[in-house]
Design a binder for this molecule. Structure first.
Ligand code: EPU
Length: 423
């Protein structure tokens, strides 16, 4: 698939104002689509975000033999009954970070999976030892040869699996594989992210027997068949919601972020309030009213319900505009700090010491040409551009397109001066 080189041009210093509707969660969709391959009948998935990662996944699933059809922009009809291949080659998956979910799905469906390790990831090498440990405990043979992860089994059986690290990917992958294993699988020290619960709800709606998702112990009783036949709606994207909340605060704006589950935003909401931002919430929305007197804060990223690593670069941008010295400690991804050098080009005063960024507040960013180094860093640079004096150009925005539906269109509807142009 060809991706044209595009950039955003942003004329900053305009407060965002209005109402924005949040799309379905990228990280839920990235798991639910591959998970649907396990089913023995068709299903319908609603609120699927129209983002690059989903486009790539649809192509991979079609190549594997599934029927994947759009019914409108955000609804997918998927019929996996024709899946006749268990091979996802490098060419197919090298642009997809979460290709590992294909292993759990194909192993459960076909007893075999040959899936390429995704190409060089922007966070460096992403270990999947916990996924492999779980598959092996369930009776699969797993080897890594020439960049391919090869897994096979004559029969998956239930197992007791204790995850050494809290991993969203391993929790979901093992849950998918266990849906059809013989007997009961117990995943301990499981991730509790809302999208783990969403994937479990999807699979249960299709006939699986999964209990405890959202706690750190998940029990899956394997079933012989997963008939499908149901419709599932993907949960709202808490990272997209958080990005807009932070953008509202950074531009001293007044934005209602709608179509969300406010509870999922608690760790961010608490920090924004601590920083002096006014927050109101009700039902399915949160209203953010910015302040010119942002207070400093210390933040540490943690698995859910802690502060999400996927909002680290965005909140760091806001901390730059707070009075005094703030810190942000990253505990999930070593390479999360790639945004720092780019923000410095816009006047930020940040020092990285090990896993901690020490941020001295500045009165304002100044517009500059910058580069999106990954998805969330890209979003953070857009936020900085919206708040900055002057014009900011953000290049390499295909990273942003991987995970944000209509990003600049939604921002424009809030009054931002942002345009997409071909480089
Ligand atoms: N880890 C291991 N071994 C494993 C798996 C993970 O050591 O087998 C470590 C990782 O190195 C990391 C930590 O455990 O330090 C957590 O990794 P996790 O498995 O939870 O991450 P992931 O499932 O690969 C998903 C999201 C990421 C998000 C993380 C953390 C998707 C497709 N990706 O990745 O999203 O940062 O969870 O919440 O769901 C993004 O959206 O920008 C993004 C990078």
């Amino acid at each position: 698939m060809r991706v044209t080189l595009e950039k955003f041009i942003i004329n900053g210093s305009r407060p965002l104002k209005g109402v924005v509707d949040i799309s379905g969660a990228k990280n839920s969709a990235a798991a639910i689509l591959p998970a649907s391959l396990v089913l023995d009948g068709p299903c319908r998935i609603e609120n699927v975000p129209d983002i690059l990662d989903v486009t790539i996944l649809k192509k991979i699933m079609t190549k594997l033999g599934a029927v994947v059809r759009n019914e409108g922009r955000n609804t997918l009809y998927i019929d996996p009954t024709g899946v006749n291949s268990c091979i996802a080659s490098y060419r197919m998956v090298n642009r997809l970070r979460a290709s590992y979910y294909l292993i759990g799905a194909l192993l459960a469906k076909k007893g075999k999976a040959v899936v390429s390790y995704p190409g060089g990831c922007n966070f460096g090498f992403r270990p999947i030892d916990q996924h492999i440990k779980g598959f092996e405990a369930m009776g699969a043979n797993v080897s890594i040869e020439q960049g391919l992860i090869k897994a096979s089994t004559s029969e998956l059986r239930g197992a007791q699996i204790y995850l050494d690290v809290v991993s969203v990917g391993a929790t979901i992958n093992l849950m998918i594989a266990a849906t059809k294993a013989r007997g009961v699988t117990v995943i301990e020290n499981a991730a509790k992210e809302p999208h783990v619960v969403d994937v479990a709800n999807f699979l249960n709606a299709m006939g699986a027997d999964i209990r405890g998702a959202g706690t750190d112990v998940i029990k899956i009783r394997g079933v012989e068949k997963l008939p499908g036949g149901a419709t599932h709606m993907v949960i709202p994207d808490m990272v997209e919601a958080g990005t807009f909340m932070i953008a509202a605060a950074a531009t001293c704006g007044d934005v209602v972020v709608r179509n969300i589950i406010p509870k999922h935003m608690d760790s961010l909401t608490a920090k924004l309030i601590e920083m002096g931002v006014e927050i109101m919430e009700n039902g399915d929305w949160i209203r953010v009213l910015g302040t010119r007197n942002l207070k400093r804060a210390n933040i540490k990223t943690l698995p859910y319900p802690g502060f999400p690593t996927d909002l680290h670069p965005q909140i760091a941008t806001l901390l730059c505009l707070a009075r005094g010295t703030s810190t942000i400690t990253e505990s999930i991804w070593d390479l999360r700090f790639q945004y720092v050098d780019e923000l410095k080009r816009m006047g930020a005063n940040i020092k990285v010491e090990g896993r901690m960024a020490v941020i001295e507040g500045i009165p304002k960013f100044s517009g500059a040409p910058v580069k999106a180094t990954d998805l969330r860093a890209g979003a953070a640079l857009v936020i900085a551009g919206l708040a900055a004096e002057g014009t900011t150009e953000v290049i390499d925005i295909s990273y942003i397109d991987r995970g944000y539906e209509d990003f600049e269109i939604k921002l424009r509807s809030l009054g931002a001066d942002i345009t997409r142009v071909e480089e």
